[in-house]
Ligand binder design. Structure first.
Ligand code: GTR
Length: 387
């Protein structure tokens, strides 16, 4: 492996709109063979698989999902902070393959007041102070507010699957379950592993009638927002997808090179993406995809991006453009009424439609209760249409 030294992270970072290059983005609706894609059939049989495979090969790497056995067992280790209104289930998910096994932890809160089955919100969590996989602070994961609205909610910590560390990332499922991935240029890395974990969480929800998986939302902030988008691109069981300030390698258009860039992210976090992604350092224009195409992979399910004005590192405008262009899949392929007609500068925020939504709020890079309120409103509007 090439050693991508940290000094690359000091490479130039642009925050001036006037210095954003003139870009030509790959067209989500023209196939690799040059065919114009306009029908649902061509989209689902030809173009969508092409786009998914390009992201797999050049950006995020594989998500191997073959294993021999999966089992779920409940343990009791933490104190339930909401004993009045919720049941806390601490679930160990054990997966085995070729004689080896790995256990990840999923924490689930279920409302006590109603009978269920419950819609479910899963948060992919990476906050370092909770590396034990346990409960995260208010706002970032507002369990109480989610429960009050009648939802079950769960989270797992990335650390229990693949550590978020350039040296140690393989000390989870990569070493135990899928060691052959380590030598491949398109092999699974951290985001692939977190996506794999979110899939196993969904396996858990699906086998328990307490959960209504037709109403399932997957959420993630920042690096976990990137993993959220990659998960839901591959696992169509999630009906609502919420990517908060996911930025470079998430919602933001790479070719804009505004804020964090491909070279910067690959230098700082060489373990996040497939090794192949590093070939695009400083060469975003040669990528066979851009991130608006990741948005197209979620359709016809519901997709929401959120940005913060104080988070220029994540390129809010690039995230919005990605939503504008990617959400054309709803109108042009699925004949649904989805519109993001405004320029970023004249945005009235939030824009919440049943299939796609966006907001930008004041303040810094973080996942807050304000973000969650919009997420819950969006999911509710979408799920009303499902019934
Ligand atoms: C930053 C990284 C971003 C984003 C962020 C986070 O250091 O450059 O891509 O993922 O961390 O996860 O909070």
């Amino acid at each position: 492996l090439v050693n991508y030294s940290l000094s690359m992270a000091q490479t130039h970072v642009n925050y001036e709109e006037s210095k954003v290059p003139d870009i030509t983005l790959p067209d989500p609706f023209v196939s690799l063979r040059g065919k114009l894609i306009s029908t649902q059939q061509d989209w689902e049989e030809v173009r969508r698989p092409e786009i998914l495979n390009l992201f797999r090969e050049y950006v995020y790497g594989n998500i191997p999902t073959d294993f021999d056995q999966i089992s779920f067992s409940e343990v009791q280790e933490s104190q339930n902070p909401y004993p009045e209104k919720a049941t806390l289930k601490e679930v160990n998910i054990t997966v085995s393959r070729k004689g080896k096994s790995h256990t990840m932890r999923l924490n689930v809160f279920v409302p006590k007041t109603e009978k269920g089955p419950f819609p479910i919100f899963l948060l992919i969590n990476h906050r370092a102070e909770h590396a034990d996989g346990n409960l995260v602070e208010k706002g970032y994961w507002p369990v109480s507010e989610l429960i009050d609205r009648g939802y079950a909610t769960a989270s797992f910590h990335g650390e229990t699957v693949a550590p978020d560390d350039a040296e140690r990332f393989s000390e989870g499922i990569l070493n135990t379950l899928y060691p052959e991935e380590l030598t491949k240029a398109d092999g699974m890395r951290t985001f692939g592993a977190w996506a794999w974990a979110a899939m196993r969480a969904m396996d858990y929800f699906e086998q328990d009638p307490l959960y209504d998986t037709r109403k399932s939302a997957l959420a993630g902030h920042s690096r976990s927002g990137k993993a959220t988008l990659w998960t839901a691109s591959n696992d169509t069981r999630w009906s609502v997808v919420l990517a908060n300030e996911s930025g470079c390698g998430g919602a933001a258009i790479s070719r804009r090179k505004y804020g964090e860039t491909v070279a910067v992210i690959n230098a700082s976090f060489p373990h996040w993406f497939a090794d192949n992604f590093k070939a695009f350092n400083h060469q975003e224009e040669t990528l066979p995809v851009d991130q608006h195409m990741l948005a197209t992979l979620i359709a016809p399910r519901a997709l929401y991006f959120a940005s913060a004005r104080g988070d220029q590192w994540a390129d809010p405008k690039g995230e919005y453009i990605s939503m504008q262009l990617g959400s054309r899949v709803y109108s042009e392929i699925y004949n649904q009424d989805v519109k993001f007609p405004l320029d970023f500068e004249e945005l009235e925020s939030p824009i919440i439609q049943p299939l796609a939504g966006y907001h930008i709020r004041e303040g810094k890079h973080n996942l807050t209760l304000e973000d969650w309120k919009h997420f819950m409103d969006f999911a509710e509007i979408h799920w009303k249409k499902v019934r």
